[in-house]
Design a protein around this ligand. Structure first.
Ligand code: NAD
Length: 446
């Protein structure tokens, strides 16, 4: 799905006009069908630490063309900056400046990933250097062109650089699955997680439930999880029964018609799962609504349903599923839908932003609760995604919202789905309470 402006700008007269007037020229983002290989090579690994050697060795086991310097590489596919041992801000320059001369040699859709450790509040010089990596990465992402992205992985002290969560995050950021993710950092907080046995079907043998699956992002999530090998349970309101049944037929999924805000939703979901002898390995809490109004015009009939669908239902459903004791598999993965509005706020969305900011703090607390089960909870915060929800926005607001990110375009539902699929894998076990933005580095918020 390409918007009208982008179609025009990619035409011959449109491209000439855009060049002349300095208009945004959004690049085509390579997605997994365009670039199925997991890593775009050659990959240059920067850094002198043992960690840099470890990462180079890992990439070699993936069959990747790995180099340690830019000389003799004409077009660079990917760059990994390993900054795990930097001790002061003075260490940053020698590590990242080799990239300066290579920026114009990056391939379209290239990937840059930093690997570093988060500040610990102990050693001022070391923390300044560690914080510096984050600032560097976020600015670099604004400078990427041609659909290329830059993201970072923060590996907590004590967690090895070859921990499953680091490998999973690296695989995700290097692949075309992270097409609309840029300028983001994910923290790997533990060595937990397993390895993916079948890389082309990372969710094989897992059962996943997606709420609000009948259309939009939810339907894309269900399709992506199914393509990644999961058995699907798809849930939506009875009013969306026809679309839900169609999707269930397409994916050989189990449909459940349920309003997640009903008082008995948790109980009914547990009994539906028990009746069908299903245990869930993955729970995607996607159902969500907007009822936008400025606070001056806000009423309870706009406030209450938004809070009820977007956050209270998530609390009730997860309590019921955990409480039941027999409907969650080992090491369950919960992934919830937040929004960049929940991070930065948005005019006319006090209700929506309250609910989505609630999701971000909710998954953090839920991750602690699920740890005892070997489970995780994380969130994905989409920015502007092309769906029926955003198609209802006034045309001008919609056009501005699309361009306000480093990739200068709206994301697709599949971009959100790809991030959710990654957070649902065995490898993502070391990521807990994270909120990953899928927003093309939207200019709002961090
Ligand atoms: P959508 O309106 O197209 O789809 C939402 C789905 O949720 C629908 O199928 C709807 O029937 C279902 N649903 C609503 N209330 C329900 C209830 N009480 N019980 C069960 N199902 C219910 O929305 P979308 O754009 O696909 O958004 C999906 C999620 O992504 C939402 O949580 C939304 O807040 C979030 N999100 C979307 C965007 C975007 O740009 N589209 C941006 C940020 C976050």
């Amino acid at each position: 799905m390409t918007d009208a402006y982008t179609r025009f700008i990619r035409s011959v007269p449109g491209s000439a006009l855009a060049k002349q007037l300095g208009l945004p020229r959004p690049a085509k983002l390579p997605r997994r069908d365009d670039r199925p290989e997991p890593v775009l090579g050659p990959v240059v690994v920067l850094g002198e630490s043992e960690g840099a050697d470890q990462i180079s060795q890992l990439l070699l086991t993936w069959g990747t063309d790995v180099r340690r310097r830019f000389e003799e590489v004409r077009t660079v596919g990917s760059v990994i900056v390993v900054a795990d041992e930097i001790a002061s801000p003075a260490d940053l320059g020698p590590l990242v400046l080799p990239l300066a001369g290579a920026m114009r040699s990056l391939a379209p859709g290239a990937r840059i990933v930093t690997l570093s450790r988060p500040a610990q509040g102990e050693d001022p010089a070391r923390d300044a250097a560690r914080g510096g990596v984050e600032g560097f990465l976020r600015s670099l992402a604004h400078e990427m062109r041609g659909g290329a992205t830059a993201n970072g992985i923060l590996v907590e002290d004590g967690v090895e650089l070859d921990a499953p969560g680091v490998i999973g995050a690296l695989r995700f950021f290097l692949s075309a699955r992270s097409a609309f993710v840029t300028g983001q950092l994910l923290t790997v907080s533990s060595d937990a997680g397993g390895s993916t046995e079948n890389e082309s079907l990372p969710l094989a043998g897992r059962t996943a439930l997606v709420t609000g699956a009948a259309r939009g992002i939810g339907a894309a999530i269900a399709r992506t999880l199914a393509a990644d090998g999961a058995k699907l349970v798809v849930l939506d309101v009875p009013g969306a029964g026809t679309e839900l049944a169609r999707l269930a037929n397409e994916l050989h999924a189990v449909p459940i018609q349920l309003d997640v805000t009903s008082a008995s939703a948790g109980e009914r979901l547990v009994s539906s799962l028990r009746d069908r002898r299903l245990t869930l390995d993955v729970l995607v809490l996607n159902a969500g609504i907007t009822r936008d109004k400025m606070l001056a015009n806000m009423t309870a009939d706009r406030w209450d349903p938004v809070l009820a669908v977007n956050i209270s239902s998530q609390i009730a459903l997860t309590e019921a599923l955990i409480g039941a004791g027999d409907v969650l598999g080992a090491q369950p993965r919960v992934v919830s839908l937040a929004s960049t509005s929940g991070i930065a706020g948005n005019r006319g969305q006090t209700n929506y932003a309250a609910s989505k900011a609630g999701v971000i703090t909710f998954v953090d607390a839920l991750a602690g609760k699920l740890e005892a089960l070997g489970g995780t909870a994380n969130a994905v915060a989409p920015g502007f995604i092309e769906t029926e929800m955003t198609a209802r926005m006034p045309a001008l607001t919609r056009e501005v919202a699309r361009r306000l990110n480093s990739l200068q375009q709206g994301g697709l539902p599949v971009d959100v789905a790809e991030a959710i699929s990654f957070l649902s894998t065995a490898e993502a076990g070391g990521l807990r309470g994270e909120t990953l933005r899928v927003c093309g580095q939207n200019m709002v918020g961090r």
